[in-house]
Write a protein that binds this ligand. Structure first.
Ligand code: MF3
Ligand code: CO
Ligand code: CO
Length: 255
């Protein structure tokens, strides 16, 4: 399959879906406190998407997944399953990843939460990982290469003595949740596919404090670091415009 190029009408629909996905993360923020379960956070997000946004939670039923959000805590890299028995505790770092479908179009985004007071090494991981996302976004423009994105992210991660998870990547997105191309979070400048105006894709680096290696738990979803050290992730959906990336899932706390 070729990479789809979206026209301005399609991008407008992506903008609507992206805004709704961003709003879910804004809406859930005050709920993220010590004592709440990830299962409860999931229910609040589901209800908001279905009843307030009149939209569809894309993860529900996706390849057999049953929840609205992925909730990935500490050493969980991604795809943590919300659970009524997993209670957030002070010092946890949590990623909430949500995808909303509106009018057939997808918006996919995630952010990190610091639960109460966190250790400085965790605060630093969360901050540097967000910088990795922004550095990846900054190099996006027509004529640049996908390898430039991975290079920018990997440079920043490794300069800070972190590693980049290689098994999971960003992806094209549109009226299909995961489509071509794959967006690697490591790589070499000038390599890979050339970026064109009208492409829409996610950038979603997963950055580890220790080694890059991961393992999937027996539930078939939860991905953890092999060495048990912590991992962080931030994700945006972007559209490639003439002058660079338009972030479709930007939250009001971002500049
Ligand atoms: N939202 C994830 C991504 O960034 C995918 C989650 S799939 C699920 O691509 F089934 F685990 F929800
Ligand atoms: Co994604
Ligand atoms: Co996502």
């Amino acid at each position: 399959m070729k990479i789809s190029i979206k026209n301005s009408k399609e991008i407008e629909k992506m903008r609507v879906a992206g805004k709704l996905a961003a709003e879910v993360l804004e809406m859930i923020t005050p709920y993220v406190t010590p004592g709440i379960s990830t299962g409860e956070l999931d229910k609040v997000c589901f209800n908001h998407i279905v009843n307030t946004q009149n939209a569809i939670p894309a993860n529900v039923g996706y390849r057999g997944y049953e929840k609205t959000i992925c909730s990935s805590i500490n050493q969980v890299i991604c795809h943590g399953i919300p659970d009524d028995n997993r209670i957030l505790k002070e010092g946890d770092i949590l990623n909430i990843d949500v995808t909303v479908i509106k009018d057939g179009w997808h918006g996919d985004t995630s952010k990190m939460f610091l639960v109460g007071k966190c250790a400085p090494h965790n605060e630093r991981l969360v901050k540097i990982t967000q910088e990795c996302l922004y550095k990846g976004i900054e190099v996006v423009k027509p004529g640049a290469y996908l390898g430039d994105i991975g290079y920018a992210i990997q440079q920043h991660a490794e300069k800070n003595y972190y590693s980049v998870v290689e098994e999971y990547c960003g992806h094209g997105i549109g009226n299909v949740y995961h489509e071509e191309p794959q967006i690697l979070h490591y790589g070499k400048e000038g390599k890979g596919i050339k970026i064109e105006e009208g492409m829409c894709f996610t950038i979603e680096p997963m950055i580890n404090q220790g080694a890059k290696y991961c393992k999937t738990l027996k539930d078939g979803w939860t991905v953890e670091t092999r060495d048990g050290r912590n991992s962080a992730q931030w994700e945006h959906t972007i559209a490639v415009q003439k002058n660079g990336a338009e972030i479709l899932t930007k939250r009001s706390e971002e500049i």
